[in-house]
Design a protein around this ligand. Sequence first.
Ligand code: FAD
Ligand code: 2HG
Ligand code: ZN
Length: 472
Amino acid sequence: MSHNIITELVSIVGNSYVLTAQEDTAPYLTDWRRRYTGKALAVLLPSNTEQVAAIVKLCAHHNIAIVPQGGHTGFCGGATPDNSGKQVVLNLKRMNHILEIDASNQTISLEAGCILQSVQEQAAAQGFLFPLNLGAKGSCMIGGNLATNAGGTNVLRYGNTRDLCLGLEVVTAQGEIWHGMKGLRKDNTGYDLRDLFVGSEGTLGIITGAVMKLYPLPISQWTTLIATQDIASTIALLNLFQKRATSLLTGFEMMAQESLALNEKHFPQMANPLQGRPPFTILVELSDHESEEHVRQLLESILEEAFEAGVISDAVIASNLTQANSFWHMREQITLAQATEGANLKHDITVPLSTLESFITETDRLIRAQYPGVRIINFGHLGDGNLHYNIAPPEGVDPQTFNAANEKRVHELVYGQVERCGGSISAEHGVGQLKLEGLRAHKGAVAHDLMKTLKRALDPQNILNPHKVVSI
Ligand code: FAD
Ligand code: 2HG
Ligand code: ZN
């Protein structure tokens, strides 16, 4: 049977774009963290929406599950097939065309396989900012960003991927095409189908195209690194920036000392310009459409006020673009430093800012008491209440051994504190297969059952990314 299917798939996408040899499929079968490796009947590389629709119809006919895939940079194993060898991976990288930049409507229409960084660059070439920004921008694709509702470093000013999306084109589980590529800021015609597909991680439909918001490019941007001594001062600093800089505040990222220590270990050339390794290093960015001078003066006056209030102990303002980029690089390299150190236990959590201090203080205390010597790699988008609260084993302890023995209990401890503080166990990375088990308890029975009802209604055959997000 599989021979016939391969022949039929070839007739849809062409011989070169149905990969079956092990050396060809291997790059599509292991996730970025190297945590999951699957097998696939074939990896398919369609070039247009009609081909995607034809593939889905064929797979539905033969009851073959499809795993949609973009840049394969996700952290939750959502784009990796299972081990059965019966699923197909449908990678959208050949659908990488910008369809239109509508300057008057301030929108960009594009295919789902466009790489994020190239979208940013092409928007900038026309004088626009496409504000979605994450460390994986050179590999992740807009379809993957939409499917995971990615966050990143500009959320506190421009929102997450969902907030940037106006319209979608989606291939349904039946192989029909929903033409929803409208660039409307208002559309109250019943249920919001677009928001149903955003964040659904390939379980409800395959996103093939999108209309996204653009913004004018800021003309001035100031980036600064700031030292704080404790989390209470860090939150006070955030509140001060929110009050005084309002919408000019475009980035507020936190790096606790142990996360920068990993950078220092693996990338010693990347020195923190702040004195004496402070407990918290904060990266703040202000952007504006007025003169450079106006923003610089505002930034200096906020820093002055923060010094006088005893909220900060040191600050360095980037003197040029190269230095500003090096500050951002330091922040973005933490993930790579962790990967170089070895597998760690990731927690992409969010809590209201009002409970953030309590979350960190209490979770740190419990972790250090129960797992002496572990390193708490705490960093993230503090302006959004989103921490990457990752746990690395004590120096010299094998990560695989530590994780195998402690993973379940460490997750329970951290997620217990997240629940206590009214937070979420996934802020921006999604659920995939990694958090499938924990989701029911976290969402509550009613919400979880509603999710399953939606999944059954849209994909009754359960062929779109089964056993990711929810199992039915
Ligand atoms: P993939 O990993 O290929 O897929 C992710 C999920 O979406 C899977 O479930 C897949 O089935 C589904 N999917 C993919 N394409 C489609 C489609 N067209 N239609 C339907 N479903 C689809 N994430 C953040 O949110 N913020 C960050 O700051 C951030 N920083 C990162 C830094 C690094 C160094 C790395 C490696 C990752 C980072 N990520 C971050 C995680 C990751 O980049 C995002 O989740 C990203 O949105 C995934 O995009 P992708 O194209 O790689 O999707
Ligand atoms: C980031 O903000 C990413 O850099 C990665 O979301 C987080 O490594 C992580 O856990
Ligand atoms: Zn992040």
